[in-house]
Design a protein around this ligand. Structure first.
Ligand SMILES: [Mg+2]
Length: 215
């Protein structure tokens, strides 16, 4: 069975400590304060509430403030990627070595994903981008986008390996029957674990070797 890699983008294909995603998070606060005119003091609580109820801040802004998602996404992703991220030849080589189709499945926008992939050097390794618009703005970890993705790719969950830095997102994939891999400093939950995405090759190599060994 050929494998499909379902790869998260932010804090998965590049490290959290790059500061890039933290900068995007600041842009979300700025958007709410300067574009929407909300008092700065209420923003942290509001964002926490929206994330809990809608998965991401944007969900609440659409539902309760009729924010235009495309305009919002352009604003929050307007961060100079080259200032935070460097080309990553090790990751390029790793993804090249991984057999199977590779798609990006992100709660961000396609424009943002393209900019990040181009900077990392991954354009040729990624076969498709499925963003929050594709998910009808119902983000991970809600089931909607996962089901839509599986239909669109015409694959069974059992053939998918999902890679993400957030256990909540992986839990949904696991519940659907995907193999799940957490990227980050420490293992958590029942997911396989790598410290960084470039280590995926070692993980699969081990699995394949064990599977191929005579009984
Ligand atoms: Mg992420």
């Amino acid at each position: 069975m050929s494998r499909t890699w379902v790869l998260d983008l932010d804090n998965t294909l590049y490290p959290r400590n790059s500061g890039f995603f933290a900068r995007i998070n600041q842009r979300i606060d700025r958007y709410m304060e300067h574009q929407m005119g909300l008092p700065g003091a209420v923003i942290p609580k509001l964002r926490e509430d929206y994330r809990r109820r809608f998965g991401v801040t944007l969900g609440g802004l659409i539902a309760e403030h009729r924010v235009d998602p495309e305009q919002y996404l352009r604003y929050v992703h307007d961060v100079p990627v080259a200032r935070y991220l460097d080309p990553d030849p090790a990751l390029v080589a790793a993804l090249e070595a991984l057999a199977g189709r590779k798609v990006v499945f992100t709660n961000g926008s396609t424009g943002h994903a393209r900019a990040v992939l181009a900077r990392l050097g991954l354009n040729a390794q990624i076969d498709g981008i499925f963003d929050i618009a594709f998910m009808d703005y119902v983000p991970k970890p809600f089931f909607h986008g996962y089901r839509k993705l599986l239909l669109e790719l015409a694959v069974a969950p059992a053939s998918c390996w999902m890679v993400d830095d957030l256990t909540a997102n992986l839990d949904t994939g696991r519940e659907l029957g995907m193999t799940t891999v957490l990227v980050g400093p420490e293992p958590q939950g029942e997911h396989r674990h790598v410290r960084r995405a470039a280590d995926l090759v070692g993980l699969v190599g081990g699995v394949v070797d064990r599977g191929a060994a005579p009984a």
